[in-house]
Design a protein around this ligand. Structure first.
Ligand SMILES: Nc1ncnc2c1ncn2[C@@H]1O[C@H](COP(=O)(O)OP(=O)(O)O)[C@@H](O)[C@H]1O
Ligand SMILES: [Mg+2]
Length: 285
């Protein structure tokens, strides 16, 4: 069964005259890690809002087509039930924090409370997750007094605590430094190892190349390319379409232009290193 299916989606936000999504169909398979990339305004967050059932119920506007979560149209899910299937991390950590809880612990526990989990288990879970995310020392702090990066981690922790099958994550590292970013990617990878479906919107393309199974490229509300990460990201044509590709792809392309082809366009530093070594070995022969 697919985790999420988008079928012929066309959508306009209220009071706008252009389609934020314009003919989008895609099946997200269970247990895969999908990266969604594309320029600003291409519709990435709109796709996330759809998957969480916030379109059209919250954002209103004109929606055509259907979104199915685990085979059932999203509008047929009860919101409380959908929350136990799809965990959603918003683009802006300041909107994710409820603002009504006094401590990070309570913030993380909100969702668990709704699941009817008993207090002992709730404490245990919150401790385990905050340790995993590296925010255990913040557990007694007031969420409203945290920095953007800390809030982003708290938002992440509260969603992880829910242990959903599907995670829809919109730019979770925008407020984090490189170490924090890499640690979030490692957590996301561990979700994949637990057979969760991960749908991640992220600008940090080198990390997408390293971790994602599949990449979807959005532009002007349309999917212009999708497929295995290596295949999509090594497509130099994306550069002409103003879509960011890994630096190593640009490097490989320059090498090719200089008549020193690496055999392929490497999408990660590790791949580039192998290509360069092989080329050097070839030159020595
Ligand atoms: N709440 C909104 N009301 C009206 N238009 C919106 C709203 N949110 C996004 N849009 C428009 O929808 C399009 C897609 O936006 P979005 O999904 O946020 O793109 P991305 O996340 O790729 O930057 C853009 O043209 C944007 O201006
Ligand atoms: Mg966005």
């Amino acid at each position: 069964m697919n985790s999420i299916s988008l079928k012929n989606i066309r959508y306009k936000y209220p009071l706008t005259d252009h389609y934020a999504l314009d003919g989008v169909s895609f099946d997200f398979e269970e247990g895969k890690f999908y990266g969604i990339i594309g320029p600003n305004g291409s519709g990435k967050s709109t796709i996330c809002n759809l998957m969480k059932g916030l379109i059209p119920s919250f954002y209103l506007g004109d929606l055509e087509g259907t979104v199915e979560v685990q085979g059932k149209p999203v509008d047929e899910w009860e919101p409380e039930k959908l929350c136990t299937k799809v965990g959603y991390i918003f683009q802006n950590p300041f909107t994710q924090i409820s603002g009504i809880r006094d401590t990070v612990f309570e913030e993380i526990a909100i969702g668990l409370e709704n699941l009817g989990i008993d207090k002992e288990q709730m404490i245990q879970k919150a401790e385990e997750i905050t340790k995993r995310i590296g925010i255990y020392d913040l557990i007694e702090k007031n969420p409203n007094e945290l920095s953007g990066g800390q809030r982003q981690r708290v938002a992440f922790a509260s969603i992880l605590a829910m242990d959903t099958d599907i995670y829809v994550i919109d730019e979770p590292t925008s407020q984090l430094d490189p170490d924090g970013t890499e640690s979030v990617f490692k957590i996301i990878r561990s979700l994949k190892e637990q057979k969760k479906t991960v749908i991640l919107v992220e600008h940090k393309i080198e990390l997408m190349a390293k971790y994602a199974d599949e990449i979807i490229v959005l532009k002007d509300g349309k999917i212009i390319k999708s497929g295995p990460a290596r295949e999509v990201l090594s497509d130099y044509d994306l550069v002409n379409k103003k879509v960011a590709v890994p630096q190593t792809v640009l490097f490989g392309h320059e090498m090719e232009r200089a008549g020193k082809s690496l055999g392929k366009l490497p999408i990660t530093i590790d791949e580039a290193e192998v290509c360069v070594r092989e080329r050097m070995r070839g030159e020595q022969l």
